[in-house]
Design a protein around this ligand. Sequence first.
Ligand SMILES: CC(C)(COP(=O)(O)OP(=O)(O)OC[C@H]1O[C@@H](n2cnc3c(N)ncnc32)[C@H](O)[C@@H]1OP(=O)(O)O)[C@@H](O)C(=O)NCCC(=O)NCCS
Length: 234
Amino acid sequence: MVLAAAVRPADQQSSNEGLISHQRKIIKQQICQRSKQIKLPPSTYHGDTMEEVNEANNIPEIEGIDFVDYVNEEQLDDVMHLVQKDLSEPYSVFTYRYFLHRWPQLCILAVPSDSGDRRPIGCVVCKIDAKRDDDAAENNNDATDGSMKVYTGYIGMLAVEKEYRRSGIGTSLALRAIRRMQQMGCQSIQLETEVTNKGAMRLYEDRLGFIREELLVKYYLNWNNAYRLRLWLK
Ligand SMILES: CC(C)(COP(=O)(O)OP(=O)(O)OC[C@H]1O[C@@H](n2cnc3c(N)ncnc32)[C@H](O)[C@@H]1OP(=O)(O)O)[C@@H](O)C(=O)NCCC(=O)NCCS
C-alpha cells in the first residue's frame, strides 16, 4: 500500500514501459526459438520425380548426399550395422525384417554422392500402425472402409554415422519419412527416445516440433527412462 501510494504517475509510466519492453524481449526470444523449428506446411504430393516431390514438400536437399529408398535384403546388413552401433539394446534380425519387409518405402538411406560402393551413412526406419477410430465407428455403423481407422506413423530407428553428424542429415531423413507417412494418411507420428539422448531430443523437439507425451520409466533393458514423443500433423 505504502509503496503504491509513493509511486508518482511518471514513475509508474516508466516502470510500465520497462515491463512491456521486458515482455517484448521474452516474446522475441520465443519467436526466435520457434522459427528455428522447421515448419511442416500441409503436404502437397506433386511431381513425377522424388526431387520434385521433395521440393514441393519443402524438404531441403543436402549437398553431397543422396537420399535413396531401401530396395531389398542386400541393404539389410548396412541398415543393421548403422543402427546397432549406437543402440543401448540390440534388436534381432526379425525386428529389422518386420519393419523393412512390411514398410520398405518407409526406410530411407543417406548415401554420399561420391561413394563407389553406395554404402549408406545414415538411415531412418519407420512403420505405420492402424487402429479403429471408435468415435467415427459410433457415428457410422455401416462404414467398413479405411475412414474408420486412425493411422499413426512410428519412427523406429534413426542413425547417422559419427563423422557425418551435425550436417542436417538426421533432420532430413526424419522429415522425408514423416512426409511419406503423412502422404500415406497418418495423423501423427510417434517415437520413443532415451531421456538422456540430448541430441535426439533436440532434433525431435526443437527442430521438428515433437511434444513429450509420456515418461516411460525403466523402458529400456539398461533401465533407462524414455520419453514417448508425438508430432501432430493434422
Ligand atoms: C540423433 C542423430 C540421428 C542426429 O543426426 P544428425 O545428422 O547429427 O542430426 P542433424 O545434423 O540433423 O541435427 C539437427 C539438430 O539436432 C540437434 N542435435 C543433433 N545432435 C546433437 C548433439 N549431439 N548434441 C546436441 N544437439 C544435437 C541440434 O539442435 C542439431 O542442430 P544444429 O547442428 O544446427 O545445432 C545422430 O546423433 C545419431 O545417429 N545418434 C545415435 C542414434 C540415435 O540416438 N538415434 C535417435 C534415437 S531415436
